[in-house]
Design a protein around this ligand. Structure first.
Ligand code: COA
Length: 267
């Protein structure tokens, strides 16, 4: 783990839920932000970003159940994950917080907004969507990988911009290598079954939607949809990025997120 981050854990319904924090989470600098990773990942993917906002905002990144250092079970529904996110925030002493989610983590963040609305000061939706239907080839590949006990692979052209260096693609794959293929398959089902298209208009929290211009898994149109339906949603489309905007263009990503968080009322 990046040396300036702190590893922690709490227990939710008797099971370990792990997180990393960019300082003492009980203290407070700026906003309190809880980052949620996507399919087949863990909180490790947020480490660079957590460090980049450590001087101004208090942030933690969760390992969702069965991912990273958190114990199972692996859920197949975003609302179950949202419950654990809200419980982690409570265990940290955070009455209210901003939730930020990437891909499946965005579905979890939206579920927090629908089912734990009173706990949120804002939302950051990163390369995600209000409906996350998964291509049947991806689902089949994940199911076969889970049955065979090998790592599933999503073709790079689905997930990364054309100009993204292969070294970064490999680094992201390495960060996510320890997640059990059966858990990743459960995550894809969580994505595929998620649909709040008809309800996003109910979400009135200040929201930032950020998307890589070349994202083919959750394209810019999904994020324009947020902006068109959610009364307080800002949109940022980042050039030279695909589905991994915060890894592919970290400086641009941190700039728009910091700008959004800096403008939220003090919590
Ligand atoms: N936000 C806004 N609009 C959405 C949406 C979202 N999250 N998800 C779907 N829609 C819209 C589409 O834009 C489309 O509108 P249109 O008919 O005006 O063009 C309509 O709903 C139907 O969506 P579509 O995704 O084309 O549904 P489908 O059932 O025809 O196709 C797939 C399903 C899986 C084949 C298709 O979504 C796909 O190719 N996805 C690949 C990407 C993928 O697997 N992503 C993983 C997400 S984690």
């Amino acid at each position: 783990m990046t040396s300036d981050l702190i590893a922690g854990e709490v227990r939710v319904e008797g099971r370990r839920v792990a997180y990393r924090a960019n300082g003492d989470p009980a203290g407070r600098r700026g906003q309190r932000v809880l980052y949620v990773h996507g399919t087949g990942c863990s909180g490790v993917v947020w480490e660079g970003h957590l460090a980049a906002i450590a001087d101004v905002h208090t942030a933690v990144a969760i390992d969702l159940p069965a991912h990273g250092r958190s114990e199972g079970p692996s859920f197949r529904g975003a609302a179950d994950h949202a419950h654990v996110v809200a419980e982690l925030a409570s265990a940290l002493g955070w009455e209210r917080f901003v939730v930020a989610g990437h891909s499946m983590g965005g579905a979890v963040a939206l579920s927090c907004a629908l089912y734990h609305a009173e706990r949120l000061d804002g939302l950051v939706l990163v390369d995600t969507g209000a409906r996350l239907r998964v291509h049947p080839d991806i689902l089949r590949g994940a199911r076969e990988a889970a049955a065979a006990g090998r790592r599933p692979a999503t073709p790079r052209e689905w997930a990364f911009a054309r100009a993204t260096p292969q070294a970064l693609v490999d680094a992201v794959a390495a960060m996510t290598a320890d997640v059990d293929a059966r858990v990743t398959y459960a995550d894809w089902i969580c994505d595929d079954s998620f649909d709040c298209l008809s309800r996003v208009g109910e979400i009135a929290h200040p929201t930032l939607a950020v998307c890589g211009e070349e994202d083919r898994l959750t394209p810019p149109a999904y994020h324009r949809f947020f902006q068109s339906r959610m009364p307080r949603c800002e949109l940022a489309i980042v050039r030279g990025a695909g589905h991994w905007v915060f890894q592919e263009q970290p400086a641009a990503f941190t700039r728009v997120v910091r700008d959004f968080l800096d403008r939220l009322p003090a919590g």
